[in-house]
Design a protein around this ligand. Structure first.
Ligand code: EPZ
Length: 448
C-alpha cells in the first residue's frame, strides 16, 4: 500500500490552480448516458474515481476518449447492462447511473452500493423519488432493480436534501413525461453544474441551487460541451493547509461563493482571507482561535471539510465543538490525530477538540479520502515526520497531492511498493530504508 511521508515545519506559500470538482464530474459522467450524441467535457480532474466511473460507462457501451485534455463520451449506442459488484463497492457514486438508465431504457439493475467508513449510506431517498416518477423498484438481495413503462412527471419531496438523490431524480425527470417539481432539493454547487450540463443537452431544468427545482421532461437529449466547476473541497483543503502551517497562498481559480461557509469560519478563527483579481489569498498565523463547527447541507459548513478543519482546530487556542450532522460515523480521523498528540473527545456525532501547543509526527492511517487529507495537513504542521498509510483513499479525491502541495513548499514523499528507494528524504545526507516503529510515536530519525 502506498504511503505519504510528510515532514512538518514548512509554511506553505505561493499560488495554485484548483482542479475540476470530483463531485461535479461524477454525476455529469452519469448524465452523459442520457445523450444520443457526444459529450465533450473540459477541466476533468484526473482522479481514481473518474477512472472508475468511465469504466462504469463503458459497461453500458459508451465510447470514451481523451482529446486535447477533454474527455469525449459517445453515448449513441449505450445499452442496458450489469455493473460488476466490485465496481459499485469501489465507488458509491456508481449508483448515479440509476436515474439516467431508467429514463433512457426503462430498466436498470445495479448491485447495492455498500456503506463506507463514514456511514451506512442507504438509498431510500433515491428509491422513493424514482418510485414517485412511476418506477417499479425492487430493492433487496443485494441489488436495486428499477423498471418503468415510461416515467411521469410528479411532485417529489425529499425528507433530507440528499445530493445523490437530487441528482438521480433530476436525471430521471429530465426525460419523464410532463413536469416534475422536486422540493427540499440539495443546493450544492455540484447540483447547479449538473443542471447546467443537462440544460446544455436540451433539458428544461429551473431552480437548481435552490430547494425547489422544476423539471419539464423532454423526449431526447443531444450533444453537449461543458467545463466542470473547480473543486471547492480541494480548494478548502488548500486554504486549511495554509492556515495550519501559518503560510500565505493564493488559490487562482477557486469560486468564492462556493467557499463562503469555510471562509466565514476561518475569519472567525483569526485567519486573514482576501479576494483579489487572481483569486483568494489566505495568510495563516500562529495562535488561531478555536471555533465551533456544525456540518450542514449547502450553504452550511460542508461535511467534506470537517476532518481538515478538525486538524486545524487541534492546534488552535481554546476548545472547538464539532457537530457532524450529515454522516453518522465521520470522526475516524480523531483517533489518528490523537496519535499525533491531539486532545479530542468523541461522543457519537459530537467531538470536543481542545487545542494543544504542537502535534508530533506519527504513523497514522487514512480511513477515507477527507480523513486522509486531514492527516496530511496535520503532518505538515507537526514536529518531525508523519507516515500516512492507505493513501489510496486520498488518491480518490486528490490528484497527486504530493506534487500539488510541493508547488507550495510542502515536503511530502510518496512511497510506493515498487519504489527503489523507500522513505527517501531530501534533507538527509544518505538514503537507505528506515524501519519505522509500527504504530508508535515517531521522533525524527537521523541517519548518516
Ligand atoms: C455526496 O454524497 C458526496 N459524494 C459526498 O462527498 C458528500 O459528503 C455528500 O454528498 C454530502 O454533501 C458525491 O457527490 C460523489 P447524501 P451522497 O445523499 O450523495 C443519508 C467526498 O468526500 N442518505 O447527500 O452519497 C446519507 O447516509 C464524498 O467527496 C440517506 O439516508 O450524500 C448521509 O447520512 C463523501 N438515504 C446523508 O443522507 C439516501 O437515500 C447525506 O447523504 C441518501 C442519503
Amino acid at each position: 500500500m502506498d504511503k505519504f511521508i510528510v515532514t512538518g515545519g514548512t509554511r506553505l506559500h505561493g499560488a495554485v490552480k484548483v482542479c475540476g470538482a470530483k463531485n461535479a464530474i461524477l454525476p455529469i459522467l452519469a448524465a452523459s448516458l442520457l445523450s444520443s450524441g457526444t459529450c465533450v467535457i473540459h477541466n476533468v480532474p484526473l482522479l481514481q474515481d473518474v477512472v472508475v466511473m468511465t469504466d462504469v460507462l463503458k459497461c453500458f457501451g459508451a465510447r470514451i476518449k481523451w482529446e486535447n485534455k477533454a474527455l469525449i463520451i459517445d453515448a449513441k449506442d449505450v445499452h442496458p447492462a450489469e455493473i460488476p459488484e466490485e465496481t459499485v463497492k469501489k465507488m458509491r457514486a456508481s449508483n448515479l447511473v440509476l436515474g439516467p438508465l431508467l429514463a433512457r431504457f426503462g430498466y436498470v439493475k445495479i448491485p447495492y452500493p455498500g456503506g463506507c467508513a463514514i456511514g451506512s449510506r442507504p438509498m431510500d431517498y433515491h428509491v422513493k423519488g424514482l418510485q414517485q416518477l412511476g418506477a417499479d423498484i425492487q430493492d433487496g438481495y443485494g441489488f436495486i432493480e428499477a423498471k418503468s413503462e415510461g416515467l411521469m412527471g410528479s411532485e417529489i419531496y425529499l425528507d433530507f436534501p440528499s445530493v445523490g438523490a437530487t441528482e438521480n431524480i433530476l436525471m430521471a425527470a429530465a426525460m419523464a413525461k410532463g413536469v416534475s417539481v422536486l422540493r427540499n432539493a440539495a443546493r450544492e454547487p455540484e447540483i447547479v453544474d449538473l443542471a447546467r450540463f443537462l440544460n446544455r443537452m436540451g433539458a428544461k431544468i429551473d431552480g437548481a441551487g435552490t430547494d425547489i427545482i422544476q423539471i419539464t421532461g423532454v423526449n431526447c437529449l443531444g450533444s453537449v460541451e461543458h467545463t466542470v466547476i473547480p473543486d471547492r473541497i480541494v480548494a478548502g483543503t488548500f486554504l486549511l493547509a495554509a492556515a495550519i502551517t501559518g503560510g500565505d497562498i493564493t488559490l487562482i481559480n477557486a469560486v468564492v461563493d462556493h467557499l463562503e461557509p469555510l471562509i466565514a469560519k476561518l475569519r472567525e478563527a483569526g485567519v486573514s482571507i482576501t479576494k483579489n483579481g487572481r483569486g483568494i489569498r489566505i495568510k495563516g498565523n500562529k495562535g488561531l482561535r478555536a471555533v465551533d463547527i456544525k456540518t450542514m447541507p449547502f450553504p452550511g459548513f460542508p461535511t467534506d471539510i470537517q476532518p481538515q478543519m478538525m486538524a486545524l482546530m487541534t492546534v488552535a487556542r481554546g476548545t472547538a465543538v464539532f457537530a457532524e450532522n450529515i454522516f453518522e460515523n465521520r470522526f475516524k480521523h480523531a483517533d489518528e490525530l490523537r496519535r499525533m498528540g491531539a486532545d479530542i473527545k468523541v461522543a457519537g456525532r459530537i467531538a470536543i477538540v481542545k487545542g494543544v501547543e504542537k502535534l508530533t509526527g506519527a504513523v497514522v492511517e487514512a480511513s477515507d479520502l477527507r480523513a486522509g487529507a486531514a492527516l496530511v495537513l496535520a503532518g505538515l504542521a507537526a514536529d518531525g515526520v508523519t507516515v500516512v498509510e492507505n493513501i489510496f483513499h486520498i488518491d480518490r479525491g486528490y490528484f497527486r497531492m504530493e506534487e500539488k502541495y510541493a508547488v507550495l513548499g510542502a515536503n511530502i514523499i510518496r512511497v510506493t511498493k515498487h519504489n527503489s528507494n523507500p522513505y527517501q528524504f531530501e534533507n538527509f545526507t544518505s538514503q537507505r530504508e528506515i524501519q519505522f516503529p509500527e504504530k508508535k510515536r515517531l521522533s525524527l530519525i537521523k541517519i548518516n
